[in-house]
Design a protein around this ligand. Structure first.
Ligand code: UDP
Length: 237
């Protein structure tokens, strides 16, 4: 009945804004929590990485006179705020969760320890990875790829507001068409912007498929874990 036993779901911080221009939209959070719960009830082991773009991105820091490294740490803390909000929403919907952080903040969450993360998943807890990998100059996409490999997830599900990878930006170009499948090589040669290069290369080198899909369409996540064709699948082929 389910195609994937263990998934890593990547959600962008911006998606959490919903209709707002900053911060967290409670309706969107609730909608995500409900969808994740449905998939959990199918018996899927779920790890989640969430971005911080709705609050702060490291590259913005230099505009306000803050150096890049400091800004990146601020960005990592932003991801942790989102992770805490998502953890609450998931728990309110009847899930067991653990939040693991790439930066030690012991009174709030556990530090990331690979074996412990796997144990949580085996026990049916949803594990959220906050604070990225804990190093500047990385993104939460890289975090998603790296953690997925470490916990032996079968796929990275990248939830976005578009329903897959297009020949060009569908929000700007009306003639753009969507790919249903792509190889890593094709995506690279066509310069398609799926994830940043570090994240993308990690998946390619470790044979870890990525599915880009519209997380804002209820039911998509469930369809995906059941093996239905949604979004764009990127594999080694
Ligand atoms: N970040 C970082 N190292 C990491 C993960 C994140 O330095 O391992 C910082 C980086 O500044 C980034 C910010 O945290 O801009 C927020 O993450 P991201 O931009 O990936 O969030 P998203 O675009 O998915 O909302």
């Amino acid at each position: 009945m389910i195609k994937y036993k263990r998934i890593l779901l990547k959600l962008s911080g911006e998606a959490l804004m919903g209709e707002k221009s900053y911060g967290i939209d409670s309706k969107r959070l609730e909608q995500y929590a409900k969808q994740i719960k449905k998939v959990k009830d199918l018996g899927v082991e779920i790890a989640i990485v969430i971005g911080g773009g709705n609050i702060f991105r490291g590259v913005q820091a230099e505009n306000v006179g803050i150096d890049r490294v400091q800004g990146d740490y601020m960005g990592m803390l932003a991801t942790l705020i989102n992770a805490m909000a998502l953890q609450s929403a998931l728990e309110q919907n009847g899930n067991y969760t653990r939040l693991m952080s790439g930066i030690k903040i012991e009174s709030v969450c556990e530090p990331f320890i690979r074996r412990r993360a796997i144990r949580h998943l085996e026990k049916g807890r949803i594990v959220i990875f906050g604070a990225g990998i804990g190093n500047p100059y990385f993104t939460t996409d890289s975090t998603a790829s790296l953690r997925a490999i470490e916990i032996e997830a079968e796929v990275v599900l990248k939830g976005t507001r578009v329903d897959g990878v297009y020949t060009s930006d569908p929000e700007k170009d009306k003639t753009a068409t969507r790919y249903t499948t792509l190889s890593f090589q094709e995506a690279y040669e066509k310069n398609l912007n799926i994830m940043d290069m570090t994240a993308f290369t990690l998946c390619q080198e470790n044979n870890l498929p990525i599915i880009v899909f519209d997380m804002n369409k209820p039911g998509n996540l469930e369809k995906l874990v059941k093996g239905e064709k949604v979004g764009t699948l990127i594999t080694s082929k």
